[in-house]
Design a protein around this ligand. Structure first.
Ligand code: SF4
Length: 344
């Protein structure tokens, strides 16, 4: 591991002053320290931001929930207001990583998580994301875990976060702060598609920090008489601790047996947290039954571009969608209480 300068920031302003392309901010360190040890990231300086006052969760007057950037994944998953109003987010957080990692990992760190593409993490491989213009060894390599949706000739790496899949379905806004002041970015716009610049992974300048994440108001606030249900389903090679092969985050409102609102996002199959808007539109107005779910799954995956080793994920993702819709419907019928397993 290469040597780096180390300091601690006492305020967001002082942290931002340290920010530049050679500096990394560290909170939980669950991504950064791995990548520094692998020589994938080579910061000249690391700034510890754990002392910043960004660890609270507060309800805003308009019904939204504002989450400090340093709230841990464990605290967020078990927060009473998250469990009550955003069970989808709680389920997704608990499906990610291990207990030990969730105890350390933060909300902002999860948003900044980097891909698990093995070629990205091996400095002997060609990788446009790690070294722009060097090529992509995954294209003709072992690409079993790689993306079906949102890929480009330059990169097909999957976005690894479970939390972000739930956020894609819920809707959220990030608050960023730097020397120029504060600005807000819609969660949907924060992670770009790779295109021909896969090394650009987010809309965050080197001298900016994420200070908060604000969740959109729960669906039930817009339609208080509707029956709302949600479910996060993660399919992976082993249940103990693994990244998704395919996952689906679903929120539904039902009026009787008819779907009046649908949110659907996918993980494990796309280069960014993937909102399946056309599939959502196809669900609205339809009965909450298997035929509607299967049709939505077909629509969500119709633009899939399988690679040599990951074609099986097309059917896997469709099954994840159908099962998550089925379980969200069951939750809605039970008054939003989802008692089913969120992972398999
Ligand atoms: Fe790098 Fe992306 Fe190719 Fe993986 S898929 S080797 S991250 S360019």
């Amino acid at each position: 591991m290469r040597a780096f300068d180390f300091s601690r920031a006492e305020s967001v302003g002082s942290a931002a002053q340290h920010g530049n392309a050679e500096t990394a901010f560290v909170a939980g360190g669950t991504t950064l320290l791995d990548l520094v040890k692998l020589d994938v990231m080579r910061p000249a300086a690391v700034v510890d931001i754990n002392a910043l006052p960004l660890k609270t969760v507060e309800r805003l007057a308009d019904g939204r929930l504002r989450i400090g950037a340093l709230v841990t994944n464990t605290d967020l998953a078990h927060h009473p207001e998250v469990k009550r109003d955003y069970p989808l987010l709680s389920q997704a957080l608990l499906a990610g990583a291990s207990t030990q990692l969730r105890n350390m990992a933060t909300t902002a760190g999860n948003l900044m998580q980097r891909t698990r593409c093995p070629y990205f993490r091996d400095v002997g491989s060609a990788c446009n994301k790690r070294q722009p213009g060097s090529g992509c060894d995954a294209r003709d390599g072992i690409n079993r875990m790689h993306a079906l949706l949102g890929g480009s000739a330059d990169c097909i790496a999957v976005h690894p976060s479970d939390m972000c899949v739930a956020l894609a379905a819920i809707g959220a806004t990030l608050t960023l702060e730097g020397p120029a002041g504060e600005r807000e970015v819609a969660f949907a716009d924060f992670h770009p598609l790779p295109g021909d610049t896969p090394h650009i992974e987010h809309d965050l300048a080197a001298d900016e920090l994420i200070t908060a994440l604000t969740l959109d108001a729960p669906l039930t606030l817009d339609a208080p008489l509707a029956r709302a249900g949600s479910h996060y389903l993660k399919l992976r090679d082993r249940a103990s601790y693994e990244f998704a092969l395919a996952s689906a985050a679903v929120q539904l409102n039902l009026d009787g047996e008819r779907i009046t609102e649908a949110r659907l996002a996918l993980g494990g199959v796309a280069t960014k947290p993937w909102r399946a808007s056309e599939a959502e539109a196809a669900l609205v107005g339809r009965p909450a039954e298997l035929a509607s779910f299967e049709r939505a799954a077909e629509i969500a995956l119709r633009d899939a571009r399988p690679l040599a080793h990951n074609a099986f994920k097309v059917d896997l993702a469709k099954q994840a969608i159908v099962r998550a819709l089925r379980d969200a419907t069951r939750a809605a019928r039970q008054g939003g209480t989802d008692t089913q397993e969120s992972q398999a």
